[in-house]
Design a binder for this molecule. Structure first.
Ligand code: TPP
Ligand code: MG
Length: 394
């Protein structure tokens, strides 16, 4: 049996790496299928799938380091999160809103994955917000690289860490995306952008609304996304600036279970997409290149299906969060800001001051206390040499 493939030769992927990639992609696909079944049975509360996006997800994860780099994925990144180390059980606990869901104790929407040890940061549901979060993390990294005393307060900082952020083609029409590109490019921040372009934002086709042509590395995922991701991550890791991978993917299932794509996608388009299915394509390549037999793939699939059934059953046997815990984590499990502890009448002393003076005094104290505190806004750079300087500078 061959140990590398002709198709993947330039990408230097071993047979083991390809089979492991296939396993993660198939696992992701089958978790989606299982979750769709649970949603139809009213045992899961929402379903949005990563189908068609699996190849670029796995290709990117191969070049990133869980618990070292920082991750701001979006809801299509199921295979990406699995490749980083999340488990099917972690995901099913979120689907059913279980109390022991490791992402949020059953509070977040399904597919809003997070993990403190892996460095996957929780996302909010308005699309595109994660892009600014990622740039913020990269900016912090840029700052720590220069301010030693601040870096000492950030034990997880690494001088070559990367912030990964993914988004759909639809989100590229948002202000957040363009603001983030501006700042990341201006500062040469270590951001690895992945635009997963499935050509639709729910029912709106890409040509009607967007033209995302800011492309540094652009590939069709089924063939060479691994190579493109390798180049992009290496560029970012060397602190040369942000890089953007424009991945042409498919979305062969509907947007979510609240949507029926047959209402706006023609049969012809759906059939053309099915031919590009990355899971089926990789399986065909593995067999045609002599890297795996049909029998081996069937065995792998049966093992994955068994693992998924076990994980789903375990999640279904769990408990939803108790109603009396509804306010837990809303602010803090130990501090009640409306308690008597904070019920003090204001005590004035000294001369009355203006709001601007008080902001100034507060910033001065905080910045002296903690070297990680920085000030930024649209006009901060200007104010450092203009007459407004006294408002922000101590
Ligand atoms: C700011 C904002 N606007 C609208 C929505 C509703 N919404 C959820 S997903 C989505 C489509 C996003 O399309 P795209 O960015 O291409 O990602 P895809 O789902 O195709 O992967 C929309 C409009 C939202 N969640 N947030
Ligand atoms: Mg899209």
């Amino acid at each position: 049996m061959a140990t590398t493939s002709q198709v993947f030769e330039t990408q230097k992927l071993s047979r083991d790496a390809l089979l492991s990639a296939y396993r993660t992609m198939y696992l992701s696909r089958r978790i989606d299928d299982k979750e769709i079944q649970l949603k139809r049975q009213n045992r899961a509360f929402f379903q949005i799938n990563g189908v068609g996006h699996e190849a670029v997800n796995v290709a990117c994860a191969m070049h990133l380091k869980p618990g070292y780099d920082w991750f701001f994925p979006y809801y299509r990144d199921r295979a990406f999160c699995l490749a980083l180390g999340m488990t099917p059980l972690d995901m099913f606990l979120g689907s059913v809103g279980d109390e022991s869901d490791p992402c949020s104790g059953g509070r977040q929407m399904p597919s809003h994955w997070s993990s403190k040890p892996l460095h996957i940061v929780s996302q909010s549901s308005p699309t595109g917000t994660q892009i600014l979060h990622a740039v913020g993390a990269a900016e912090a990294s840029w700052y720590y690289a220069q301010i030693q005393e601040a870096a000492e307060l950030a034990p997880s900082f690494h001088a070559d860490e990367v912030a990964y952020v993914s988004l759909g083609d639809g989100a590229t029409s948002e202000g957040e995306f363009w603001e983030s590109l501006n700042w990341a490019s201006n500062r040469k921040l270590p951001v690895f952008y992945v635009v997963e372009d499935n050509a639709y934002a729910i029912s709106v086709p890409v040509e009607m609304a967007r033209d995302p042509r800011v492309v540094v590395f652009s590939e069709d995922v089924a063939d060479s996304s691994h190579e493109a991701a390798a180049k992009a991550v290496a560029y970012v890791r060397k602190r040369q600036g942000p890089a953007l991978l424009h991945a042409h993917v498919i979305r062969p299932y509907s947007h979510s279970l609240s949507d029926d794509e047959r209402l706006y996608k023609s049969e012809e388009v759906r059939q053309a997409e099915a031919k590009r299915d990355p899971v089926a394509r990789l399986a065909r390549t593995l067999v045609s290149e002599g890297l795996a037999t049909e029998k081996e793939l069937k065995e792998l699939q049966a093992a994955v299906d068994l693992e998924i059934r076990g994980a789903a059953d375990k999640a279904l046997a769990g408990e939803p969060p108790k109603p009396e815990k509804i306010s837990l984590y809303l602010y803090s499990p130990i501090v009640d800001p409306s308690s008597e502890l904070f019920d003090h009448p204001a005590k004035s002393h000294g001369e009355p001051k203006t709001m601007v003076d008080l902001i100034h005094a507060c910033l001065k104290v905080e910045m002296a206390r903690d070297p990680r505190v920085v000030v930024f806004s649209e006009d901060v750079a200007d104010s450092s040499h203009e007459s407004e300087l006294h408002k922000v500078k101590g």
